[in-house]
Design a protein around this ligand. Sequence first.
Ligand code: CA
Length: 371
Amino acid sequence: MRRTPLLAVVIGLLSVGLAGCGQATPQASPGTAAPTPTPSETVSPVQPAGTPEVVLTGLGLPWSMARLADETLISQRDDGRILSLDDGGEVREVGTVPNVRHGGEGGLLGLATLETDDETWVYAFHTSDDDNRIVRLPYRDGALGEPEVVLAGIARAGNHNGGRIAFGPDGMLYATTGDAAMPDASQDPGSLNGKILRMTPEGDAPDDNPMPGSLVYSLGHRNPQGIAWDAAGQLWAAEFGQNTWDEFNRIEAGANYGWPVVEGQGGVEGYVDPILQWSTSEASPSGLAYVEGTFFLAALRGERVWAIYVDGAGGASATAWFAGEFGRIRDVAAGPDGSLWFLTSNTGGNGSPRDGDDKLLQVALVPLGEG
Ligand SMILES: [Ca+2]
């Protein structure tokens, strides 16, 4: 991969940090019923502004971004490598996750990080010869150590591997799993597939999970690949539909999101409907991020970034950005100085690579309505 020289200045500004600190004056978006915020929730929604700039080129099917104190890690699905882009703009490989077996949509997928008093851990969700699994690798002196297994035995398949992982505000690790082309698994509480899982950093079932001794947090998912928490700590997730409806769901512990009985907003008792849905040609959603009171959703087939605004009445609206401009979009994350980062996904067989693909792009974010 190579840095785009043009952007040395942009990268140089990264030292401010990527945490997405709120700096804007709180205000409600036009026409939105404002919820009752606590001080930590007083963030104004935002929107992209200006032309996205290229931060990195030459990436190989990048799948996930995860943040450490002064660098961002990027996973590459097919070769199992993890790259680091530090806040000074230096790019290097920090290691290859062993035992990654790419095939179809499988390979090295989601990343998450955990910094404890004793260790910095890089968590990775990947496909192996036998299964999909979550491992963690110690990260010392800028290099990955030997993996230890956090959770094995999630069924793998060519398609529908899920694969996003993230630590929640409760300190627990959440993982999205696909149905691995076994739709009935999604409704089986005893299966790890077609679920959002919640576990301790060591992979055990927390005492307060909805089913005692089970990692299952919610069920009835088809192929979820995006999770993020809003300022109030509420979990949201996006998933691929079959032929009709992609979904954006408000996730409640123990709830059933319908697959394969219901796809999209079916209004069927016992199954929770998505807050938003899109045709699969408009979305096919992967990574989800919450930045400055706004959800951003990466759309593969839809080749766009969706900005999603959740209102105080339980509804939401969405606006499409960059449709068709950069090809398939795989992941989104808070960038430096209140910007948004997003990864293209045009290499690896499913897309049509453009010059420099795959890329990491950056776009400024401004208060909603001021773009
Ligand atoms: Ca559903």
